[in-house]
Write a protein that binds this ligand. Sequence first.
Ligand SMILES: [Zn+2]
Length: 451
Amino acid sequence: MKKPICIPGYCFLLISIAAGQQPPPKNPIVAKIVNDVSAERIKVTIEKLVDFGTRHTLSDTVSEIRGIGAARRWLKSEFERYARQSGGRMAIELHETLVPASSRVPSPTNVVNVVATLRPAASSPPADRMIVVSGHYDSRAGNPLDATSDAPGANDDGSGTAVVLELARVMSKYPFDATIVFIAFAAEEQGLLGATAWAERAKQEGWNVEAVFNNDIVGSSLAGDGTRETGYVRLFSEAFSPLDTGRVFRQRVSLGLENDGGSRTLARYIKEIGERYNPNFGVELVYRLDRFMRGGDHRPFHERGFSAVRFSEVKENYDHQHQDVRVEGGKEYGDLPKFVDFEYCANVARINAAAVAVLAGAPAPPKRVQILTAHPGYETVLRWEKNQETDLVGYSVRCRRTSSPIWEKSVFTSDTTISLKVSKDEYLFGVQAVDREGNVSLVTLPAPAGR
Ligand SMILES: [Zn+2]
């Protein structure tokens, strides 16, 4: 007989759950990856990037010691170092795009992203599912067209680039089910040009980019007004992309799913997994594409319908962003390494590492999740298609009140149908696929059956 389970803290009476099935524990490999993230390594990376003087997109590309060309050749060599421990699974590419003249690019310019792609196995093509983790390696001074002055860019975005490199370093030895793409984007400061080129390429190629983790300004805990925050990072997400329109979109909004578009679902996932593996560091969900009236490299992905979010520190210091390096009125301006909190930046990297590793190790999100009872009823019946992965052990069925920002409850089943004594009138539901290592997929929100 199938017995109902009540997971501590979750007071559901369940029907049709196989007795004895429980969600698997934390994945020890993910815990090891998180533990391997080093603030010292991040410091070394940021200081090295600053040593190139400027990494402005229009700066010197020939010099071996100064300018964006030297910086990207160094980034490529770092990725190649990490690739050597991947057993032939990591490939490095300079992704080049000749962009036309625009307001911040006076003449056609070669924009070069540095890309490291980690496949599940050396012999296999890239997996269908792709997870992107990014930062931008270009920098700028006060004038966005100034390609020669020092533009250290320690925090904007040496910090995000260091997060990407550090993840490549600690993850490249392990196999994952999905392809992980580590990208240092160029020309963010000139109008998100590198990220736009790669996002457009992903769209044209039909790549299944399941998630984009963009890190931009993630290295400081002290604001210009003297306030400090070391305990959490902000995670920006817009609910729906501009492509979400029409009848299906209207129905989703009318069902109270206005906080469950792809990018926001990803943000909620990162908060949950990131905090699970890093109990002493938090993720604050911000329901907005980016900081007020500002933007970043996740935007071109989000606008093309990919789930994409941005990490940024809580306490920004505007004296250090987009400033010429100088002392004025006794105050120091400029984006210098001495203003970076490397341990804070490492904590942001640890949140990224946990969520990227779990997601890349997880099965694909369940397909065709439906709520069966379209008419009034006392139970909520969910049904979905069975996943094909051989290491799948079951599904985590999630539930939250319509006004709750995060999933509040979860129950595990090895079945593909579940009946919950919870009213679909007051709750939102979702289903995640779970594998035997404890990796969980993104949540799939159900559609009303037959609609
Ligand atoms: Zn930036």
